[in-house]
Design a protein around this ligand. Structure first.
Ligand code: GLV
Ligand code: MN
Ligand code: MN
Length: 431
């Protein structure tokens, strides 16, 4: 091995620097008593994180800009004029009360990669772009991956008015509140003549790598997700005055729906499906009134797209029957729907060969969570590198990946991008 690739295998990522960057982002959190990080999509705190990213990337010699979707892009120029860019990155927003790794690890990996390249004067033919995506988490608006969906053409300006957060703020208004103009999002589209390939590093958010003692996962298939809102309308009434047989208790019906969702996903026909009621609200919400209304937020995930949609339909149909039996009404609204995605084999192979060259074991595996790479793969070939998550926990303050494990992932990412640079220079068309 010679040239820049050799340099990057010697100049490994620095775990302490990776940990310090993660710590810096974790400090950008809504004040509160929780130990977790809260930095929701299209909020001033999310923008602050993007500015911190932009500042560091600028210092590393990159040209930095923010697109119309609020994604921040930093480019390290390549040696061959006119070539499309290789790219890496992830997201900087979080769910409420999150850990410090989901998404952020991939952005910090991008920053560390840029630092290794800069410190060692590594040259590449293609430009390399380091991307912090906006609004990846569906926690605020129901839909995940808004920034990457916009650049992939999967979300357009019209979609930004219908999706609202719990306070009724639309995606469009949230974007405006942080200085973005939603009417211009079409201009953010990525095209294959400008972008060549994308690789995202992410924490696994499962326990497979840890349990197998494998340092690197290479993602083959990413689960889809169908999200529905089920609203139950019963009759609010006095808890003492209303006999049990004369009630239309929306919350009792909702409780049955929670267990229905769990049992449908658990039956043998649905092996591999994950279905969850992650949120249940009821009104009026007092101890002395039977609930007149209840809202359930249901997330159905699957690597099989037919089974994903069939499961969502079955949940609605059986919840309707259950509500009829209980004398309450049900309405359903589709909040978001994303298909599973198979990532290209040649790109997986390029990352796998890089692992071999670095002397690292890897495992080809599916992803249960959604990711920006899933959306970007609609425009350009995309790949994902997973690093182990302690106990598989994610979307929780307990989320943890060691700085050393992350640094190993960065080594794979930094070397893989250079391998892709060489591969696509000689063979730009891959199967
Ligand atoms: C993204 O974090 C997801 O919900 O899968
Ligand atoms: Mn994520
Ligand atoms: Mn997440």
């Amino acid at each position: 091995m010679s040239g820049p690739f050799m340099d990057v295998t010697i100049s490994r990522a620095d775990p302490a620097r990776v940990a310090a960057q993660l710590e810096g982002f974790a400090r950008l959190s809504e004040p509160g008593s929780s130990t977790g990080v809260t930095r929701l999509a299209y909020t001033p705190l999310e923008r602050e994180a993007h500015e911190a990213f932009a500042g560091t990337m600028h210092e590393l010699g990159c040209t930095v800009w923010t697109d119309q979707a609020g994604n921040t892009i930093a480019e390290r120029s390549g040696d061959e004029p006119g070539l499309p860019a290789l790219a890496t990155g992830s997201h900087l927003d979080t769910v409420p009360d999150a850990g410090r790794f989901d998404g952020i690890a991939g952005v910090v990996a991008a920053m560390e990669t840029a630092r290794i390249y800069a410190e060692h004067g590594i040259r590449h033919a293609h430009p390399i772009r380091f991307v912090a995506f906006a609004a990846e988490e569906g926690a605020r608006f129901g839909q995940a991956c808004t920034g990457s969906r916009i650049v992939s053409g999967l979300t357009t300006v019209d979609d930004l008015y219908g999706k609202r957060d719990a306070d009724g703020v639309s995606l469009a208004d949230a974007m405006r509140s942080v200085g973005l103009d939603p009417s211009t999002v079409a201009e953010a589209r990525w095209t294959p003549d400008e972008w060549a390939a994308f690789v995202e590093l992410h924490v696994e958010q499962g326990a497979v790598l840890e349990s197998m003692g494998t340092p690197v996962g290479i993602v083959e298939l990413i689960s889809g997700s169908t999200r529905i809102l089920l609203e139950v309308t019963g009759r609010a009434s006095h808890t003492g005055g209303t006999p049990m047989h004369l009630r239309a208790d929306a919350l009792a019906a909702a409780a049955e729906i929670v267990l229905l969702v769990e049992s449908i996903a658990g039956d043998p026909r649905h092996r591999g499906t994950r279905a969850t009621v992650g949120r249940l609200d009821s009104a009026p919400g007092t101890i002395t009134t039977i609930a007149g209304r209840a809202s359930l937020y249901v997330d159905v995930r699957d690597v099989d797209s037919d089974r994903q949609r069939d499961t969502a339909s079955e949940i609605i149909a059986r919840a309707e029957a259950l509500c009829t039996r209980r004398g309450v009404r049900l309405s359903s609204t589709l909040l978001a729907d994303t298909s599973p995605v198979m990532l290209p084999a040649w790109l997986r192979q390029a990352v796998a060969s890089t692992c071999a060259e670095l002397g690292l074991d890897h495992r080809i595996m599916p992803s249960g969570a959604s990711h920006d790479a899933q959306m970007i793969n609609n425009v350009i070939p995309s790949g994902m590198i997973f690093v182990p998550s302690r106990d598989g926990i994610s979307h929780s303050p307990e989320e943890w990946s060691s700085p050393e494990a992350l640094a190993t992932g960065v080594d794979v990412l930094a070397a893989s991008l250079l391998a892709l640079d060489r591969l696509l220079l000689v063979a730009p068309e891959q199967p």
